[in-house]
Design a protein around this ligand. Structure first.
Ligand code: EPU
Length: 433
């Protein structure tokens, strides 16, 4: 088995030290989408042939997914921004608890593993900092495709009964448009016998990217990106070479970095339609955005309050709620921000308050009264996107901000400080101990 791991972080107990007040300029390059790359990697379990994925971001979450696939018997070869996955010799149907627990997205392997081998055992991933994160919809859907699913001692065991171990197509209605459940079920249905319909499916671009890969592997998938996805199962899928879409959340984070520093910055490559709701809100807040088809250039001088409600795509993404709150903490007027997707995704409020933000909370709603300046302070990133929000606040704050909790940031942003420094920011990675 060949497996190359991204070099581990060399600094002990790292933190980012940000000297605020520097304007950004020029261009920032956006990496491949983390949440697409993770599910596309899981899809390699569906075939005996090698799958080559390009535009894979260099992130610790990708390394973790590679380790999980390797534990299942997949050969994983990482070559720069490409990764080759060969699932010819899958020899395990059980994913190790520590690995699944370290990367919730690895639970999505249950769908392809079950479809390919007729059996999959996955520890329940449990909750995380942002909420409880159930997998009820994934399990319900697998049952609708004919799997027998039991949950014992924290482990989900799914088995395809009968000869041939083949799932059968079925009609699934998701109670909520879960991204992970939609992806799990699309992969399971790709090798099932007959037609599957997923109603109330997630419409996120990452779902469409998965459909793109599955189709390139020979699957018959229609309707990805709408509420109803239809998959006609095939006998086998084959290898392919496929490039991951640009990361819309990373792109949005850099647009917000430009807005909070009142700068002029181009962010590319992007697929502008993936950022529709974000662009609308930035424009409403007074930013000017030029769309050249493959890049977005933002210019900001005066930023005013706007209201945000997080929603499934094409609504405003929960993953940009925290970074957008940092911007609105510096806007003129009071913004009302409502988090509708995850029950515990407002922990950054307390950290922003430590930097002088004026925020009042009521349930899942934050009332953000913009202040004329934030002040640098030591803060903690409480989850991936909250950490990014702290970095943005630090870029705009007076003085030095130190952001701890980089284990989250490094999971989802490729060389965040390097990219921002290349555009004029002053950020150093230092040791907190
Ligand atoms: N939900 C249920 N039941 C289920 C599944 C989900 O009630 O069986 C609920 C969740 O509790 C949550 C909502 O549905 O309230 C949305 O959850 P979803 O399943 O769509 O999220 P996910 O697939 O676990 C992905 C991303 C998240 C992103 C969400 C929402 C990956 C690996 N993760 O998670 O990304 O926030 O969709 O867009 O694709 C991040 O990148 O920082 C991140 C957390």
């Amino acid at each position: 088995m060949t497996y190359t791991i991204v070099p581990p972080q060399k600094i002990l107990n790292p933190q980012l030290e940000i000297a605020g007040g520097h304007a950004l300029s020029g261009e920032i390059r956006v990496s491949g989408a983390k949440n697409s790359a993770l599910v596309l990697m899981a899809a390699c379990l569906l075939t005996r042939d090698p799958i080559r994925l390009r535009n894979i971001p260099p992130l610790t979450d990708i390394t973790a997914m590679g380790e999980i696939l390797a534990a299942l018997g997949v050969q994983v070869i990482r070559q720069g921004e490409a990764i080759e996955l060969n699932g010819d010799h899958i020899n395990q149907s059980t994913a190790p608890y520590e690995l699944v627990n370290s990367l919730r997205a690895s639970f999505f392997c249950i769908g392809p593993l079950l479809a390919r081998t007729g059996m999959a055992k996955m520890p329940l991933p449990g909750g995380c900092q942002i909420g409880s994160r159930p997998v009820v919809e994934h399990v319900k859907g697998l049952k609708a495709l004919g799997a027998q699913v039991t949950i014992d001692h924290g482990v989900v065991t799914a088995v395809v009964p009968g000869q041939g171990h083949r799932l059968r197509g079925g009609r699934i209605h998701l109670d909520c448009p879960s991204v992970g459940a939609t992806e799990t079920l699309m992969m399971a249905a790709a090798l099932a016998d007959g037609e599957t319909t997923i109603d109330n499916a997630a419409q996120e671009p990452e779902v469409v990217d998965l459909a793109g890969l599955l189709i390139a592997m020979g699957a018959r998938v229609r309707g990805a990106g709408t509420q109803t996805i239809t998959i006609v199962g095939v006998d086998r899928l084959h290898g392919t070479d496929y490039a991951v879409i640009p990361d819309r959340i990373e792109a949005g984070t850099y647009l917000l970095a430009a807005a909070i520093t009142r700068s002029h910055l181009r962010v590319a490559p992007v697929i502008p339609e993936h950022l529709g709701a974000v662009i609308t809100k930035l424009e409403e807040a007074g930013c000017r955005i030029e769309n050249d088809g493959i890049g977005l250039t933002l210019r900001a001088d005066h930023v005013r309050a706007v209201d945000l409600r997080t929603q499934p795509f094409p609504g405003f993404p929960t993953d940009l709620q925290a970074p957008f709150m940092s911007l609105l903490a510096t806007a003129e007027g009071t913004s009302v921000i409502t988090e509708n997707i995850f029950e515990n995704r407002l922990q950054h409020v307390a950290e922003l308050q430590r930097m002088g933000a004026s925020i009042r909370m009521k349930g899942n709603t934050a009332f953000v009264e913009g202040v004329s300046r934030l002040s640098g302070a030591p803060v903690q990133g409480t989850d991936l996107r909250a950490s990014a929000a702290m970095v943005l606040a630090g870029l705009a704050a007076e003085g030095i901000t130190t952001v701890q909790g980089l284990e989250y940031l490094d999971r989802g942003y490729a060389d965040l400080e390097g990219k921002l420094n290349g555009a004029g920011a002053a950020i150093r990675r230092t040791s907190a101990s």
